[in-house]
Design a protein around this ligand. Structure first.
Ligand code: ADP
Ligand code: ADP
Length: 235
């Protein structure tokens, strides 16, 4: 999809809600391409800390391997640092954050004080998109997920296979399976989602910020719905 010429416009902030495997990362990458604002994935940021062996990475690793959520304070501080970088000055997409009520409340306070570049004192109006997907479909999406370690492109052995088995279409790198995409960790992650993240759907609905998308469609139909919703809400 073509990058839009109007890169000076602000976008979002866009919050992608949805269970593990709902397609948040897949849709976020498309929004990045179309609107030129960064994808801020707390999962990706945490995995980067783990692979660099930072203090945060050391604290997060065992928790992530067990499929549980990293403590709110650690994640909020990491998000604050990321959002303060210049590339987030005219918009951003949050993917996998917030994931608890405490994170959502922290984010509300943070955004209440934040303005985008060239927007004067204009307050930010988050667009919260919930991508809803049926449980058994989530299991297949997660067990079949593969990604490119070089460019980050996401594949699925059942639904979005690469042209040549196990190799990235873009750069030919050998695709990898995430450590936590194994069956027992997947069920723990889905439990954590039900208990800690699902309540955010009601939280954002009550604030009048929630837009619901049927994520059980193929990826291009989901993308069409996501982009329609964003275009309807751009500042
Ligand atoms: P997915 O959406 O596919 O479950 P993510 O890449 O978003 O995966 O997250 C991977 C793991 O990183 C989670 O299981 C959790 O341990 C940790 N994590 C990511 N985002 C958060 C968050 N906002 N709060 C707490 N832990 C998080
Ligand atoms: P999340 O970031 O919410 O965990 P991903 O975007 O990583 O989810 O998608 C999970 C898996 O499902 C990936 O293997 C991806 O290729 C696949 N996928 C994403 N969207 C769809 C869709 N609409 N239909 C079928 N498979 C999909």
């Amino acid at each position: 999809m073509k990058v839009q010429a109007a890169v000076n416009k602000t976008v979002g902030p866009i919050i992608l809600l949805g269970a593990p495997g709902a397609g948040k990362g897949t849709q976020a990458k498309l929004i990045v391409e179309r609107y030129g604002v960064p994808q801020i994935s707390t999962g990706d940021l945490l995995r980067d800390h783990v692979s660099r062996g930072t203090e945060l990475g050391k604290q997060a690793k065992a928790i992530m391997d067990a499929g549980k959520l990293v403590p709110d304070d650690l994640v909020n501080d990491m998000v604050a640092e990321r959002l303060s970088r210049p590339d987030a000055a005219r918009g951003f997409i949050l993917d996998g954050y917030p994931r608890t009520l405490a994170q959502a409340q922290w984010l509300d306070l943070y955004l209440a004080d934040k303005v985008f570049e060239n927007q004067g004192e204009r307050k930010l109006h988050p667009v919260v998109i919930d991508i809803a997907v049926e449980y058994n479909q989530l299991l297949r999406r997660l067990t079949g997920r593969r990604s490119c370690p070089t460019c980050g492109r996401i594949y699925n052995v059942y639904f979005q296979p690469p042209r040549v088995a196990d190799l990235c279409d873009v750069d030919g790198a050998k695709l990898v399976t995430r450590r936590d995409d194994c069956e027992e960790v997947i069920s723990e992650r889905l439990r954590a989602y039900q208990r800690q993240t699902l309540p955010l759907v009601d939280f954002y609905r009550a604030k009048g910020q929630l837009l619901e998308i049927n994520g059980d469609q193929d990826a291009s139909a989901v993308s069409r719905d996501v982009l329609k919703v964003i275009d309807g809400h751009r500042l």
